[in-house]
Write a protein of this length. Structure first.
Length: 483
């Protein structure tokens, strides 16, 4: 009976057995998953909840997710299995022959100890942490894939609300003490507007994602009750709040991503029903996007001129030779070559980098990540991870191509198209942000990323004329019937 209920759909948008755990997971991830460190106290709550949600999603909706989006789910399964491979103990003769393991072999020999069974990862504990960190994104991906279009849009709007909340907390942090109670993590950028995050760069990525989310929201607002102008005013106010806040976070990465997100929000925006709207509303819809863009740019310029544009100042004063992240790149590249093709193991960056770190880089500061997630992925995951990254990039390009070719869509598919555009922009921001940071390693942004991947995959089901969700989501061996 429980499986039958979990397999049901409600296209009218009511909360059901798919929607409520999905929305709850998003709220929990954003509120307590703002740090990528493995030693934060909130993981004591987040990890058990992630495990429970993972079991629920796989058991009740796993097969339905594979039927709805086989390519995306197969890709996700390969990522998960690769993480599993990194924690499986290997015989001494096998792991000791892997590239880059000479140091570990020498340690055991000097200590006079026999070589034990060890996994592929050179940091087994960190590899287990990396595997556990995939439970929540994998569960959210399954639930997002089987969710209806209305539920996906509702969840994206929830991300919008939580993003604005993080921005408000960031503003209060600027107004309060740098050591105040509104900084929720011990290791954080005190004095900066980090919001619900520990790192100002990750906060800036979420703030940049609010621009396409706002464009999606106003595009899909139902004007049946005549509230379109109210939603426009609230959305413009939110954008006017977010734009200068990105500048004062001090994130150079966020400054670039904010500009890109603002420009691509024009692509997301679509009010085709403006022709049937009142004349005053239609005029507002026609010119408002350009007015908003211009106003936000002027507001950002005013923020810089008033000496509150910390991100702009840090960008102007950037000295690559004095930035530890740039200085470490040759060492990281050396490690990547030494451990190729199998990598050093997921989660092993910190320990392996310290064994290679030259004396010239020793300082009170340290690198817990490469600050280039693509390079760190190649270093820790090796060739298999690189192939998976290429595979994911190809799927993304095919999806964007489908979006660009989707011009004349049926009325029922319009919301799916706009939501998919928004998801594509956010995924692009996360991918670009990973060039100089590691945003997807935080649980909250990882959940945002996999959710957007599920939304973007939905355009293939629409264009291929897939069966309605309530016909696809039935469990194994269960009769398919409309609700």
């Amino acid at each position: 009976m429980l499986r039958t209920k979990a397999a049901r759909w409600n296209d009218r948008g009511n909360i059901n057995e798919v929607a409520w755990p999905l929305l709850a997971a998003i709220v929990v991830a954003v509120l307590i998953g703002g740090s990528s460190r493995p030693d934060i106290i909130s993981l004591l709550l987040l990890r058990p909840l992630s495990a429970l949600l993972f079991v629920y999603a796989v058991y009740f909706h796993g097969r339905a997710a594979f039927r709805r989006s086989p390519a995306l789910m197969t890709f996700a399964l390969c990522v998960f299995l690769l993480a599993v491979m990194h924690v499986i103990p290997l015989p001494p003769g096998l792991w000791s022959s892997l590239p880059g393991r000479e140091v570990a072999v020498d340690v055991y020999r000097v200590a006079g100890m026999p070589l034990p069974w060890l996994p592929l990862s050179m940091s087994p504990a960190a590899a287990w942490n990396a595997l556990f960190s995939l439970l929540l994104p994998f569960a959210v991906l399954i639930l997002a894939v089987v969710a209806s279009g209305n539920e996906q849009v509702r969840a994206l709007r929830l991300f919008l609300i939580l993003g604005v909340l993080s921005g408000v907390i960031g503003l209060l942090q600027l107004l309060g003490s740098p050591q105040g109670a509104l900084y929720f993590y011990d290791l954080t950028n005190n004095g900066a507007a980090v919001g619900l995050f520990a790192n100002r760069n990750h906060q800036a990525v979420l703030l940049a994602s609010l621009f396409p989310l706002l464009a999606m929201h106003v595009s899909l607002v139902d004007n049946a009750r005549g509230r379109l102008q109210l939603h426009w005013i609230c959305s413009i106010a939110a954008a006017a709040f977010v734009a200068p806040l990105i500048l004062v976070t001090g994130s150079r990465n966020g400054l670039l991503l904010g500009l890109i997100g603002l420009v691509l929000a024009l692509w997301v925006f679509d009010r085709r029903d403006s022709a049937t709207a009142p004349k005053k509303t239609a005029r507002l819809v026609k010119y408002a996007p350009w007015i908003v863009i211009g106003g936000l740019l002027l507001l950002s310029l005013a923020t810089i001129l008033l000496s509150r544009g910390e991100a702009f100042r840090r960008l102007v004063k950037l000295d690559a030779s004095q930035d530890l992240r740039f200085q470490a790149l040759p060492t990281i590249w050396e490690i990547t070559r030494d451990v190729f093709p199998w990598g050093s193991g997921f989660g092993s960056f910190d320990e392996v980098f310290r064994s290679y770190e030259p004396g010239t880089l020793l300082s009170p500061f340290y690198l817990n990540h490469a600050h280039n997630d693509w390079l760190e992925l190649a270093m820790t995951g090796g060739l298999p991870a690189m192939l998976l990254a290429v595979w994911g990039g190809i799927m993304f390009l095919f999806a964007v191509r489908r979006l660009l070719l989707s011009r004349n869509v049926r009325r029922g598919e319009r919301s799916t198209l706009i939501a998919a555009r928004c998801a594509a922009v956010i995924l692009l921001l996360l991918a670009m942000g990973s060039v100089a940071e590691y945003p997807a390693r935080t649980p909250s942004l990882a959940v945002l990323g996999v959710f957007c991947a599920a939304v973007l995959a939905g355009i293939f089901k629409q264009s291929e004329g897939a069966r309605p969700p309530h016909q696809i989501n039935a469990g194994p061996g269960e009769p398919i019937s409309e609700i």
